[in-house]
Structure formats: structure tokens, C-alpha cells
Ligand binder design. Structure first.
Ligand code: 4NP
Length: 165
């Protein structure tokens, strides 16, 4: 999906493979933004720091856990982060500290957006990273959605306040 002309805020979710955590954040936040009728203002994308899964659909376990909560991930395809993302995105939100350090190593010194951990926006949780569910059981995928829903709600509230929607 390409950015629409009047979308003035852009948010990029980043994990390692772009098949589990960041597409979940992409799909969940996309639905919240659409429900708030802000899809014409906020552009959303996701990517991975790694290149193993380029063009792959989200992991089936992520897609089915998301579907059970009413979120569709099927239209998403993985891509790798690029240097030009720092020109385009106001918010670049990493799922864990490894993703964040990889992004910090690429980040231009004059980047004027926000590069942070996504869970900096989460309320009432004592963890800062979205745990990687790839090698674990099904419950890990539900945990990802719990954390992503929490942080997405607060991120949307932050944007609504900050940009006066
Ligand atoms: P993600 O999960 O970073 O949440 O998409 C992973 C997906 C694939 C791999 C690791 C993590 N992998 O090693 O292939």
C-alpha cells in the first residue's frame, strides 16, 4: 500500500522477521485507526530488520491468533527495513531491544522522528519488549496480541492528542 496524499503521520512497526510481531502490530493498529476513521491521516507499515522472509505472508500462527480477535493480516507481506524509511516515517517503533539497536545503527543523526520501543506506549505492563513468539507455543502469539492491543490503544490516543484529530 502506498502513502496517500493527505496522510500526515506515518508509523512503521519493526521486528526481526516481519512475519509475527510487527505484522500483528500493523494489522491491529490499522483496524483501530480505521475504526477511528483516521485512515486518511495515518499511514501504517511494518518491516523486519532481517531478510529471510521478504515477500512472505505473516506466519499462520500469528494470522490465526489475530483473526480470532477480529484482525486481518492476510494482505500483509514481509519486507526488510531500508535507509529511506527514516525519510518517510515519523514514528519507527521496535518490538525488542535488538530491533531497536539495529535501527539505531542505521538511523541518520538528523532523524527528526521518534525511534523507540513500541511498548513504551503500553500501559500497566512491566515489560518493555514484545517477546518473540516464533520458536514457542501458541500462547506466545496471544501474548503478542495482548501487548500489541495495549500499546496500540495508547499510541492512537497519543496521536489524537498530539495532532489534535
Ligand atoms: P518476528 O518473529 O520477528 O516477530 O517476525 C520471527 C520470525 C522469524 C524468525 C525469527 C523471529 N526467524 O528466525 O526466521
Amino acid at each position: 500500500m502506498t502513502k496517500k496524499k493527505n496522510q500526515d503521520i506515518s508509523v512503521l512497526f519493526v521486528c526481526l522477521g516481519n512475519i509475527c510481531r510487527s505484522p500483528t502490530a500493523h494489522g491491529v493498529f490499522e483496524k483501530m485507526v480505521s475504526d477511528a476513521q483516521l485512515e486518511n491521516r495515518i499511514y501504517i507499515d511494518s518491516c523486519g530488520t532481517g531478510d529471510w522472509h521478504i515477500d512472505h505472508a505473516p506466519d499462520k500462527r500469528s494470522a490465526s491468533a489475530a483473526k480470532a480477535r477480529g484482525y486481518d493480516l492476510n494482505h500483509l507481506r514481509a519486507r526488510q527495513v531500508q535507509h529511506t524509511d527514516f525519510n518517510q516515517f515519523n514514528y519507527i517503533l521496535a518490538m525488542d531491544n535488538n530491533n531497536l539497536s539495529d535501527l539505531q545503527a542505521m538511523c541518520p543523526s538528523d532523524y527528526s522522528g521518534e525511534l523507540a520501543l513500541f511498548l513504551d506506549y503500553a500501559q500497566d505492563v512491566d515489560i518493555r519488549e514484545v517477546p518473540d513468539p516464533y520458536y514457542g507455543g501458541d500462547s506466545g502469539f496471544d501474548t503478542v496480541i495482548d501487548l500489541v492491543e495495549n500499546a496500540s490503544q495508547s499510541l492512537l490516543a497519543h496521536l489524537q492528542k498530539h495532532y489534535d484529530f
